[in-house]
Design a protein around this ligand. Structure first.
Ligand code: ZN
Ligand code: ZN
Length: 71
């Protein structure tokens, strides 16, 4: 049963904290509202962006090799 881990209130729409992964009600879903242990202790909460590593190489260099040897 979904239940707020902070106040113990049953909630139809529980929120899961992305830091401590506990379930909270709408009032206590924020880390500062449920005294989140994960967000204070471990400051290694880094959301990684998808790096733009692969750029499309549109420069298709066509080598025009016209060697006309006329004897
Ligand atoms: Zn609550
Ligand atoms: Zn939390």
């Amino acid at each position: 049963m979904p239940q707020c881990q902070f106040c113990g209130k049953n909630d139809m729409l529980p929120y899961k904290c992305s830091y401590c992964e506990k379930t909270f009600c709408g009032q206590h879903r924020l880390p500062e509202n449920h005294e989140c242990t994960a967000v204070g202790a471990g400051k290694k909460v880094v959301k990684k962006k998808n790096p733009e590593g692969e750029k499309k190489k549109s420069s298709t260099f066509t080598y025009n090799n016209e060697d006309d040897f006329i004897d």
